[in-house]
Design a protein around this ligand. Structure first.
Ligand SMILES: Nc1ncnc2c1ncn2[C@@H]1O[C@H](COP(=O)(O)OP(=O)(O)OP(=O)(O)O)[C@@H](O)[C@H]1O
Ligand SMILES: [Mg+2]
Length: 254
């Protein structure tokens, strides 16, 4: 069965696309069959994060001209499959985001997980990405404007009856001026799935057009993305082995 996860935020620029490319790459490393799809049709940049060259068929052609979404699947060298968006302003015209549902319908069965990169805000684009999702991941930064807007997204998701898996707090520095994590959780009333630190490896990886989980697999943000991917993939965390008390180890039969 294909799971559709939409990564969304209220406020723009908080780290949705970074999350989509890295969760996608980390899930792939965990053996999942993944498609990531750019549903941010007005200000798309998933293809820029991943260095996708000009691609003849994009999500815009699928939404505008009823082209088959399978023609718009780009096979990235990393193994990720990506439905990119066009960077041209003209392509935006006459795009009907309501068709997104049918697009995803046509992709069902082709992947274990489809991750949708949504537009920020509460407009039609964001609504369409909420509507198609089985579950939402909300991305926020530890500051009041981002969290307030995230709350609006969560309320909108409630209107659509879309389940919110939880929130990612991105660009966390651990500074006193940041909104405390327990306050963020209290405000949003959803679990915090992970905390991604402010990490220079991220802009560096974007400049090199590779996910940070590939660029620096051992850096702090990569480890968090990979752990979250494990949770999403349903991996159980290995429990620390509890040593038997010495007297039980002494008697081998115990
Ligand atoms: N954890 C982080 N540490 C440092 N920089 C980060 C981190 N996460 C994201 N950034 C930077 O923030 C910028 C915006 O990230 P991104 O494009 O993922 O946000 P977005 O929510 O998708 O934006 P938009 O709303 O415009 O689609 C990027 O240039 C990236 O380098
Ligand atoms: Mg984005």
């Amino acid at each position: 069965m294909t799971r559709i996860l939409t990564v969304i935020s209220g406020k723009g620029g908080v780290g949705k696309t970074t999350t989509v490319s890295n969760l996608g790459a980390a899930l792939l490393q965990k053996g999942k069959n993944v498609i990531i799809l750019d549903a941010n049709v007005t200000t798309p940049n998933l293809s820029l994060h991943l260095g996708i060259p000009f691609y003849p068929t994009t999500i815009h052609d699928v939404l505008r001209k009823d082209r088959d979404v399978n023609e718009a699947i780009y096979h990235h060298p990393s193994g990720l499959r990506i439905v990119p968006a066009s960077l041209s302003i003209d392509a935006m015209k006459d795009v009907n985001v309501k068709k997104l549902e049918r697009v995803l319908w046509n992709l069902l069965g082709q992947a274990d997980i489809i991750i949708v990169d949504a537009a920020a805000g509460l407009g039609k684009e964001a609504q369409a990405a909420i509507d198609v999702a089985d579950e939402l991941i909300i991305v926020t930064n530890p500051e009041l404007p981002a969290v307030t807007d995230a709350l609006k997204t969560i309320r909108l998701a409630e209107d659509y009856g879309t389940k919110v898996m939880g929130a990612i707090v991105n660009r966390f520095r651990g500074k006193s001026y940041e909104l405390p994590l327990d306050e963020i959780e209290d405000m949003l009333e959803v679990p915090i799935l992970t905390i991604i630190p402010e990490d220079l490896s991220i802009p560096k990886s974007i400049s090199l057009k590779v996910p940070v989980v590939n660029y620096r697999p051992g850096c702090r943000s990569s480890l968090r993305f990979k752990r979250l991917a494990g949770k999403i993939a349903g991996e159980r965390r290995r429990r620390a082995r509890i040593k038997k008390p010495w007297f039980k180890r002494f008697f081998k039969w115990s």
